[in-house]
Design a protein around this ligand. Structure first.
Ligand SMILES: Nc1ncnc2c1ncn2[C@@H]1O[C@H](COP(=O)(O)OP(=O)(O)OP(=O)(O)O)[C@@H](O)[C@H]1O
Ligand SMILES: CC(C)(CO)[C@@H](O)C(=O)[O-]
Ligand code: BAL
Length: 343
């Protein structure tokens, strides 16, 4: 999209690496901190909660908006993924946060400063195929952390994410960065990448994980892909995933085994699926996975493990198909602060 078709905005929009770097150089010279939120656009309140965290802690806040082909398998929804840049900029333009300061007024008002919205060829000058067997050049893998949970269902996903985020960190050079708990495996894997690659911008301790923003009535995790849901699916079917995880959490709290927790979660989704059968709008509901993994190693917990013997934080996560939409969600059991999750 050319900049002439975008709404008037006080936010600088950079589409090239070179133009962004010029802006970043000035921020370095002025010793200003830069907070960074990586997105694929179609912004919603979940993204904005990350932006607010960044505004609160940094002089300047940058978002990237880039739908990364490398993280979509050939059969996935790259072509239909919602792209709403003008609306995204309107949402960002309307944001402001008063932050306490030493100024005579006692506070300063911060707003998002810049958006980096590159083309695919800007990010992948040598081209990019979604078919990994055809790819050539440099890719980033976080070994041992990309094959469980989401990685089991989407085997090439995290390679695509790790590669593009390494490139984005290299361009944006953030002081601090913010990722959502909704994509918990992604956030923890990127924290690990940042640590393993000895990055300074950002240092891994400055990669913060922000709790999942939810629909206030149904607790459905906000997600750009919710745009694919019908009104009925959104209100009555999609919330089953969070309800299932909550039910499993309750069983865990009562010292049930992992197997019992997972069985309970499946039963909640199954009950929703049964309810849908009798309705005029037929919706197929299918569990992709519901699992419990150690939050540091991502190892799958054994079936017989209970809360009494497992003292480390656990990721209770799942993915469910609601019609043609694949939704994910998770709850962390135990203390999440050591993982970089902010309160
Ligand atoms: N409900 C949410 N609460 C907190 N963070 C979120 C939420 N939804 C997305 N994010 C975070 O926003 C960042 C950008 O995510 P992305 O642009 O893929 O949006 P998304 O809603 O997760 O989209 P998708 O539907 O493709 O999963 C990620 O760090 C993601 O975890
Ligand atoms: C981190 C990310 C922007 C990489 O493309 C994407 O996976 C997302 O939006 O969560
Ligand atoms: N929010 C993660 C991006 C993806 O599913 O492709």
């Amino acid at each position: 999209m050319s900049s002439s078709t975008l709404p008037p905005s006080s936010i600088s929009v950079f589409t090239t690496v070179a133009s962004y770097r010029e802006w970043r150089r000035k921020a370095f010279e002025e010793k200003k901190s830069v907070g960074y939120v990586a997105t694929m656009g179609a912004l919603h309140e979940g993204h904005l909660s990350l932006v607010r965290r960044s505004l609160a802690a940094n002089d300047l806040t940058v978002l990237s908006i880039f739908v990364n082909p490398a993280q979509f398998a050939p059969h996935e929804d790259l072509a239909t993924y919602p792209r709403t840049l003008p609306h995204d900029l309107e949402l960002l333009d309307a944001m402001s946060l008063a932050v306490p300061s030493a100024s005579p007024a006692g506070s300063v008002v911060r707003t998002p400063s810049a958006v980096f919205a590159p083309t695919v060829s800007e990010m992948y000058p040598a081209g990019i195929s979604q078919d990994t067997s055809e790819q050539k050049g440099t890719f980033v893998e976080v070994k041992g952390f990309a094959h469980q949970m989401e990685g089991k269902s989407r085997p090439t996903f995290f390679r695509g994410v790790a590669t593009v985020v390494t490139k984005l960190f290299n361009v944006i050079e953030p002081t601090r960065t913010y990722f959502g708990q909704k994509d918990i495996q992604q956030a923890l894997l990127l924290r690990r990448l940042t640590q393993d690659l000895l990055l300074a911008h950002p240092h891994y301790e400055n990669l913060h994980i922000v709790p999942t923003a939810r629909d206030s009535e149904t607790s459905l995790a906000l997600s750009s892909r919710n745009a694919y849901l019908s009104v009925h699916e959104r209100a009555h079917v999609a919330p089953a995933l969070h309800a299932a995880l909550q039910a499993a959490k309750q069983v865990w709290g009562q010292h049930g085994s992992k197997e019992e927790c997972i069985r309970k979660a499946h039963a909640v989704v199954e009950a929703t699926a049964q309810n849908c059968m009798g309705l005029p709008e037929k919706v197929e509901v299918r569990v992709d996975y519901i699992e419990m993994n150690d939050a540091e190693t991502f190892d799958v917990l054994s079936d017989d493990v209970t809360k009494s013997v497992w003292e480390r934080p656990v990721i209770l996560s799942g993915a469910v198909w609601v019609g043609r939409t694949r939704l994910i969600d998770n709850i962390i059991l135990g203390d999440a602060r050591g993982l970089g999750v902010v309160e």
